[in-house]
Design a protein around this ligand. Structure first.
Ligand code: PMP
Length: 292
């Protein structure tokens, strides 16, 4: 059976799942999205993802015509239709079909899409060996523009950083904000560990406030590890004991080198490994059941 894709209340075979070329999500990147995971028959932190989607939509004055409960049902039904227990889910709400002008008032109805599929972001061995990343020249867009806290369909800034990573043969790029402080990577949040303490940039540093980030902060606190949200520079990554990234697709992945400089002893560190295994345990039993 072909992959079943949800579009505005109906399911379509993947080949027939099409939207208008006049959709402003396509023409202008006008919309919001979420990347969500299902593990072992449960959707991980579904409510948190739905809340972030609606907060972003609200900031863009995009009125989603479904209640949050209905949107949760869209996600669960998409998984059921595809018989999935473990999946990566892409939920998209665009401004909808309009004309060639950018005025959102011309778009009468948002387009809602839900796709459930698989994702592998980084090769498996990177979780054991750790990533070598580079710093992108492109900066995080400031909050005065499209606030990075909005998970908007406009990912060009991140894509430009990813192109830089590709050029240097790295799998990820670190993005600084316009004040030279560390923000995040193209699709992940960043953490460093120094003297046994976990440090991560605060929301105002220009980050998407990651749901995995929040889970890791919680798990660390439960382990008695102190967690601090504060701005830091690239130099503090060079001099950190450990470093790792978090994200829905990436989960928790160690970083062992930044711009050619080894971090700590250049190997995934013990706290990173511990948090990675705690995270693996945590996802097994958490989440909204797909099948009742
Ligand atoms: N930052 C950016 C730019 C992202 O795209 C993502 C992935 N959604 C994250 C951070 C991590 O967020 P989360 O843990 O909610 O997936």
């Amino acid at each position: 059976m072909s992959v079943q894709v949800y579009i505005n209340g109906k399911f379509y075979n993947k080949e027939d799942a099409k939207i208008s070329v006049f959709d402003h999500g396509f023409l202008y990147g006008d919309g919001v999205f979420e990347g969500i995971r299902a593990y072992n028959g449960r959707v991980f932190k579904l409510k948190e993802h739905i809340d972030r989607l609606y907060h972003g939509a609200n900031a863009l004055m995009l009125n989603i015509p479904l209640s949050k409960e209905e949107m949760i049902e869209v996600v669960l039904e998409t998984l059921r239709r595809n018989n999935l227990k473990d999946a990566y889910i892409r939920l998209v709400v665009s401004r909808g079909e309009g004309d060639l002008g950018l005025d959102p008032r011309k778009c009468k109805e948002p387009t809602i899409i839900c796709i459930a599929d698989k994702i592998t972001l980084y090769p498996e061995k990177m979780y054991e060996e750790g990533l070598e990343i580079i710093t992108a020249a492109v900066r995080r867009n400031p909050a005065e523009g499209v606030n990075p806290q909005i998970k908007s369909l406009n990912y060009l800034n991140n894509i430009l950083a990813k192109i830089e990573a590709n050029m240097y043969g790295a799998l990820e790029a670190l993005i600084l904000n316009t004040e030279d402080y560390v923000a995040e990577c193209t699709g992940d949040n960043i953490f460093i560990i120094k003297d046994g303490k976990l440090i991560t940039p605060p929301p105002y540093a220009g980050i998407l406030v990651g749901i995995t980030r929040n889970v890791i902060m919680e798990l660390a606190k439960k382990q008695g590890i102190s967690v601090e949200e504060k701005v830091f520079t690239r130099f503090e990554i060079f001099s950190a004991d450990e470093c790792f990234l978090t994200g829905t697709a990436a989960e928790v992945i160690p970083v062992v080198k930044l711009d050619g400089r080894p971090i700590g002893d250049g190997k995934p560190g013990p706290i990173t490994k511990k948090l990675l295994s705690e995270f693996k345990e945590y996802i097994k039993n958490e989440g909204t059941p797909i099948y009742k």
